[in-house]
Write a new protein. Structure first.
Length: 421
């Protein structure tokens, strides 16, 4: 699940689904023998037995089969510990946000939602989320992930995991990692091979270098602040990389990955979602941070997967107790070991455990996370993606002057945001 932008898909909800899976109302079942009131979290992240809810909690994620099974195991463990059941309804990702928006006002949504941080602007403004400021220990999680779930100086979710783009490097073609984009211009690679392959016209993958040249999309107040000057420098940098960095022209993401997996490119920029496929390839590789630009870090978007509590849930303390377990060190390690070897927990203690100390991929993405920009959770971010990709495509494939493309990009984004307000 890649977190890129808010996409609202208008979908009808089946009445039966709402009744069976809602936070309250007709059709909910009572949990016999619920524990005593007063949900608490024990010191050290262990969930206390003092958790209460008069019915099962409901939890809506969007997970693959192995991860869904893992979540159900966590729900069973929580029930055994507390007496409170957790019913899980796996909703398709492209329907999850809109179903939550439609169901919550009627009290028929879930107690718990699992989704990307770029939904927060819409969900918080709409009153769908409980404000979790001061209700959990933020020091357990990567600072960037806490920033990613913060909106208008309030915290709206508990970080569970993150995704970030880093550099996959073929250690045979490139024995030393390129530390600066200029290194790609001088890299010695065999004839017929490339120093780098990535989806360069995709704004998500090219944006790290916008931040490296001093660009910024939004300030701390949520104002759009990208200047034409910074956008011009960025587009010029991307053009020079394409022309001088030994890259294939017009490579899609899948084509770039195929080149890397086939041993035909020295590096490839992507996220943890490609770890499983790359591991299956016959190449020697490792994960290292993206190259700098003139000594400045490339800062890819850090997308955060978070646990949210519905504003309409009558069992918010019990929901937070389940989140405490679901984001614990023990759960994070088990997720990596049993469900998804490329899972990147937001809990910092996971990375200090001896069990994954030598997991180069996990630790490599963790290092890149320190040099990342939290994916903006503003509704206005939805107005950035298309103009950004249009500018890249026009410069890299159409020969447009970077300054002209930058002017069109910045003007279009600003006008679209104003029209949205």
């Amino acid at each position: 699940m890649r977190t890129r932008c808010v996409r609202l898909v208008v979908l009808g909800l089946l009445a039966a689904l709402l009744v069976a899976c809602g936070t309250g109302g007709a059709g909910t079942t009572q949990t016999p023998g619920a524990a005593a009131p007063g949900a608490t979290a024990a010191p050290g992240g262990a969930v206390s037995n003092a958790v209460s809810c008069p019915r099962p909690l409901t939890f809506w994620p969007a997970l693959g089969s192995d991860e869904l099974d893992f979540a159900r195991e966590q729900a069973q463990a929580f029930q055994q510990r507390t007496g409170v059941a957790v019913n899980i309804l796996d909703v398709p990702f492209d329907q999850l946000q809109q179903q939550f928006i439609q169901a919550t006002p009627a009290g028929q949504g879930p107690d718990l939602l699992y989704g990307p941080n770029d939904w927060i602007g819409v969900l918080a403004e709409g009153g769908f989320l409980a404000d979790l400021t001061g209700r959990f220990d933020t020091t357990r999680y990567l600072t960037n992930t806490i920033q990613a779930v913060t909106y208008n100086d309030r915290i709206w979710g508990v970080p569970e995991a993150f995704e970030v783009v880093a550099q996959y490097r073929n250690t045979e073609i490139l024995p030393q990692p390129p530390t600066n984009l200029a290194d790609l211009q001088t890299a010695q690679v065999p004839a017929g091979q490339f120093a780098l392959a990535f989806d360069i016209t995709n704004f998500y993958y090219a944006a790290p270098f916008l931040y490296a040249v001093g660009g910024n999309l939004f300030d701390n107040e949520g104002n759009f602040v990208l200047t034409e000057e910074a956008a011009t420098t960025w587009l010029t940098t991307m053009r020079d990389l394409q022309q001088q960095g030994n890259l294939p022209r017009e490579a899609t993401g899948e084509a770039a990955k195929a080149l890397f997996m086939g041993g035909n490119s020295g590096s490839f920029y992507s996220g943890p979602w490609d770890v499983t496929d790359v591991r299956a390839a016959d190449v020697e590789w490792e994960i290292t941070p993206l190259p700098q630009v003139n000594g400045q870090d490339a800062r890819p978007f850090l997308g955060t997967k978070a646990m949210y509590v519905s504003s309409q849930s009558p069992c918010q303390d019990a929901a937070l107790a389940f989140i405490e377990q679901f984001t614990s060190t023990e759960t994070g390690l088990a997720w990596i070991q049993n469900a998804n070897p490329a899972h990147l927990p937001a809990n910092t203690a996971v990375y200090e455990d001896a069990a994954i100390a030598d997991n180069q991929a996990i630790q490599g993405f963790r290092a890149q996370a320190e040099r990342a920009t939290p994916l903006p959770n503003l509704a206005a971010m939805g107005q950035v993606w298309t103009p950004g990709e249009t500018a890249l495509t026009s410069v890299l494939n159409g020969g447009t002057d970077p300054a002209a493309a930058a002017r069109d990009m910045v003007t279009t984004i600003r006008n679209n945001i104003q029209a949205q307000q």
